[in-house]
Structure formats: C-alpha cells, structure tokens
Write a protein that binds this ligand. Structure first.
Ligand SMILES: C[S@@+](CC[C@H](N)C(=O)[O-])C[C@H]1O[C@@H](n2cnc3c(N)ncnc32)[C@H](O)[C@@H]1O
Length: 196
C-alpha cells in the first residue's frame, strides 16, 4: 500500500515494499507493551499472508521478524513473491480450528484491508494478534464506522515519521501518516494509543 502512488498508478496486486526500519520501530515499541505479548521465546505460530518480496527485494515482515527470532510462515498471491507459498489468495484459505495462529502480521493490499483483518481474526487463536499496517486515516470515514464498532482493536502505534514504499527512492516519503493497528481476538477494552 502506498498513498502517493495510488493516485497515479497501481502496482500489480498492490505490491509495495515496506521499509524495514518501520517494522523495527514498531516491534521495539510493541515489545515494551506488557499487555499484548507475542515473544519468540514462546515459539508462536506467526503468518504473513501477503508477504511480498520479489526478485529485487526480500519480504519485509518475515525478514525483520526472523532477525528478531520469530519463525514466520509467508504466503502471497504473486507467483514472483519470495513467500514460502505463492499463488495463494489469502481470502480463499479456509480457517481450520486445528491450525490457528498466534499472530498474523502484514502490510495488506490497500483495497482488501478490512477483509484481510476479518479473515485473519478468524485464523488466530482466542487472544491471538492481528497486526495491519495502514494509513492513519483508516480510522475515519462513515463507511468504516460499522467496522470499528465491531473489530477488537487493542492498540494503535502511530509512526510520527512518514515511510516511503519505493526502495529506489528511500528519501521520498508517502503523502500521509501510517500506523500499525493491533487487534486481539476477544479484546473488549478501549484501545491504547502509542506514538512512535
Ligand atoms: C502492499 S504490498 C505489501 C507487501 C509486503 N507485505 C510488504 O510489507 O512489503 C501487498 C502484497 O499483498 C499481495 N496480495 C494482494 N492480494 C493478495 C491476496 N488476495 N492474497 C495474498 N496476497 C495478496 C501482493 O502481491 C503484495 O505482495
């Protein structure tokens, strides 16, 4: 997802490359929050369902998470992705009770963010985490109000530094702010807000 590029052109399957520093900043802030825990020490089952990567670039989330000690399953719809499983439409993968994940984390295709979040929540255990990178204004709009009234949003990590999604132009930032939205299955309290 990139707000800047979306105005002018669309990459195939909405493929953009999330900068590693953005994920590292999020994971560092997230590790300080004792309420929502997913530590590599507990050997959690982690999935990136739209993992990206291509001939030129590695998959952003799996690469950073694996550096932190997590083992990550990776899927993507593109055959030229570097995911473990390619050609997978995440939204068509059934949610089996016996194969629930502890954490599903990704920068999803922009137009499918809500569907990805809802499907991911079906695929995590009770208390499991679903973490999506989105524009901060995902929180707004009348269209999305019913979604925010039902989804178990637990925390929002706002990135004060704008990212860019073109590795060839690392200093060119996007036209809007981004946040990591953390959902926890069954969560019923008010969400927490962090500014990174
Ligand atoms: C915004 S890019 C993000 C890529 C990577 N997660 C990252 O952060 O660098 C979205 C990714 O979703 C993949 N994608 C699009 N539709 C999908 C679907 N229905 N199921 C699985 N992957 C999909 C695209 O191929 C692309 O790699």
């Amino acid at each position: 997802m990139s707000s800047t590029n979306r105005r002018t052109q669309r990459n195939a399957d909405d493929y953009y490359v999330t900068p590693h520093w953005l994920i590292e900043d999020f994971l560092a802030a997230f590790a300080e929050n004792n309420m929502l825990v997913c530590s590599p020490d507990e050997d959690p089952r982690v999935l990136d369902p739209s993992a990206g990567g291509c001939e030129q670039y590695p998959m952003s989330y799996p690469t950073v998470l694996e550096e932190e000690g997590f083992i990550v399953e990776s899927w993507d719809i593109r055959e030229d992705s570097r995911a473990n499983l390619t050609g997978v439409n995440f939204l068509n993968v059934p949610s089996y009770e016996s194969r629930k994940y502890d954490m599903i984390i990704t920068n999803p295709p922009f137009n499918l963010a809500q569907e990805f979040t809802e499907h991911a929540l079906e695929m995590v255990k009770e208390g499991g985490l679903v973490i999506m990178l989105q524009r901060l204004n995902w929180l707004g709009s009348q269209k999305r109000k019913p979604m925010w009234q039902k989804l178990p949003l637990a925390a929002v990590y706002v990135h004060s530094k704008r990212p860019g999604f073109d590795p060839l132009k690392p200093s060119k930032t996007d036209s809007t702010e981004y946040a990591h939205f953390v959902f926890s299955k069954g969560y019923e309290l008010a969400p927490e807000l962090f500014v990174i």
